[in-house]
Ligand binder design. Structure first.
Ligand SMILES: Nc1ncnc2c1ncn2[C@@H]1O[C@H](COP(=O)(O)OP(=O)(O)OP(=O)(O)O)[C@@H](O)[C@H]1O
Ligand SMILES: [Mg+2]
Length: 469
């Protein structure tokens, strides 16, 4: 139900008819405005919009039929009901042909009019709802198509096909935007659990203090704010697949509970003594190096071994450039369809330009470029000039320093000799520059910047504070 009352615009040259209709519809909860003629009606409709218009046909100046056509031209979904005397029944039929929702004849019966308006508004509501759903589906985009013809991707597909049949835990690694989530879905969809739930959880997006109860659920009163009992994601994924995205973000304290889940398929809700069983296939993904996380004391080695039963490494896009044309065409067609645009084509030069990019953001970056090009380009051809590389972080060609034998120039304080300190400093500087660039390219939106950089939002915020950005 709309939150505000539907707006009905009443158009009639006779004052008393406008008044009667307003009263009749007003008491049924509609918001009514009135106009004495077509021009005035168009102004109101243009200014406030109208959900339904109830118009007389015979009016001096712009008549009802003309008004109907003009209204339909600017909003094809507006519900127009024409009111006509018997003498003009022919015109009523003409009005129906021109797109009127219905007509009522004068003198009209109150209930009849109300029912016609109610139906017209209901139809309008359904059209809006339908459009909203379509848009929602459209924005989600095509997540199913997993493309690639390069030897590297063929190997990936081969592994997925094999492992999908089993219940083995899979660890998917690779840079940001290489298709880790797509690979995880593909493992699920090609296996015997395809009709069971696939529960994807971005571990970097759940606040650490809520994570245990999000995953395992809690009993009533387990902690302040736990008003009711909660089942949790593990129970939700029971019988299906649990996808732990950004698995490195699971806090140390909680990792032992995951170990138990992986080893024994057992877990307990927060505040509960009862041990529960879960039949899960677990897939984990990360763009971090888990061995390094282990070394730095942020990840448990035993959990890593449990996750790393089958490893799928997603190759970066720059190592499989032969896939770029196919992917680019697919993303373009997809964007064009979702945005209701006429078909567009990439020129050979544009394909060439794309194939030469380094794509720090991998397939996601390629996809973003094509989305923008689809929307921003004018003609049916997309030329190199229509491609915007602003959303990805192009690795600028490093400045050559002749003094260091052609190695990239690095700014270090003079006299610095400590290798570890130097590496730290260079890394920090690179981090600071990359982060501020990323933030700049997405107008400071931290969620987007984190995505672009392939780090969790939490990690990004910490760095932003660290570098005072
Ligand atoms: N091989 C592919 N074929 C078609 N689309 C792809 C392919 N690989 C990635 N994509 C698309 O690129 C985007 C990024 O993919 P995905 O989310 O799976 O990457 P990711 O590795 O999980 O990235 P991140 O580490 O940033 O989470 C998605 O829109 C996905 O549909
Ligand atoms: Mg992902």
């Amino acid at each position: 139900m709309p939150v505000t009352a539907p707006h009905v615009l009443i158009v009639d040259d006779e004052e008393h008819i406008r008044r009667i209709m307003s009263i009749m519809l007003g008491k049924r909860g509609y918001r009514c405005t009135t106009a004495a003629g077509g021009e005035e009606a168009l102004k109101i409709a243009g200014r406030e919009g109208a959900d339904a218009v109830l118009t007389d046909l015979m009016m001096p100046g712009m008549d009802g039929l003309e008004l109907l056509k003009r209204l339909k031209a600017s909003d094809p979904d507006v519900a127009v009901v024409v009111v006509t005397a018997f003498a003009t029944m022919e015109t009523a039929i003409e009005a129906m042909k021109a797109g009127a929702y219905d007509y009522i004849s004068k003198p009209f019966i109150e209930d009849e009019m109300a029912i016609v308006i109610e139906k017209a508004l209901e139809r309008r509501r359904l059209i809006d709802e339908n459009r909203r759903l379509k848009k929602e589906i459209g924005e989600r985009g095509d997540r199913g198509t997993f493309l690639g013809d390069s030897p590297a991707m063929r190997r990936v597909f081969g592994m997925i096909a094999k492992v999908a049949e089993t219940k083995a835990t899979v660890l998917i690694t690779g840079e940001s935007g290489t298709g880790k989530e797509l690979a995880a879905r593909s493992v699920h969809m090609n296996g015997p659990r395809r009709d069971r739930p696939f529960v994807a959880v971005n571990c970097g997006a759940i606040p650490a203090n809520l994570m245990e109860s999000e995953f395992f659920g809690h009993v009533r009163g387990a902690f302040t704010g736990a008003v009711g009992a909660k089942t949790g994601l593990v129970a939700e994924a029971d019988g299906g697949t649990l996808f732990l995205d950004e698995v490195s973000e699971i806090p140390m304290e909680l990792q032992s509970k995951f170990l138990r889940l992986l080893q024994e398929e057992e877990y307990r809700r927060v505040g509960d003594t009862q041990v529960r069983k879960a039949d899960l296939r677990v897939i984990a993904a990360t763009n971090k190096s888990l061995p390094q996380e282990i070394e730095e004391g942020r990840f448990r080695e035993d959990v890593y071994f449990r996750l790393n039963v089958v490893r799928i490494e997603m190759p970066p896009l720059r190592d499989r450039r032969e896939d770029i044309p196919m992917l680019a065409r697919h993303f373009l067609d997809d964007a064009v369809k979702r945005n209701g645009l006429p078909p567009k084509k990439l020129t050979p030069a544009a394909l060439q330009t794309l194939s030469e990019q380094s794509f720090a953001g991998n397939v996601r970056a390629l996809r973003n470029i094509l989305e923008q090009a689809a929307v921003m380009s004018d003609g049916e051809h997309i030329a190199p000039d229509d491609l915007f590389f602003g959303t990805q972080l192009p690795a600028p060609p490093p400045a050559r320093d002749p003094a260091s034998g052609g190695l990239p120039a690095v700014m270090l304080p003079p006299g610095m000799t400590d290798l570890k300190a130097a590496v730290k400093q260079v890394t920090a500087e690179a981090e600071r520059v990359l982060i501020s660039k990323a933030l700049g390219s997405v107008s400071g939106n931290r969620t987007k910047a984190a995505k672009l950089l392939g780090v969790s939002r939490r990690a990004l915020i910490t760095k932003v504070q660290l570098y005072n950005l």
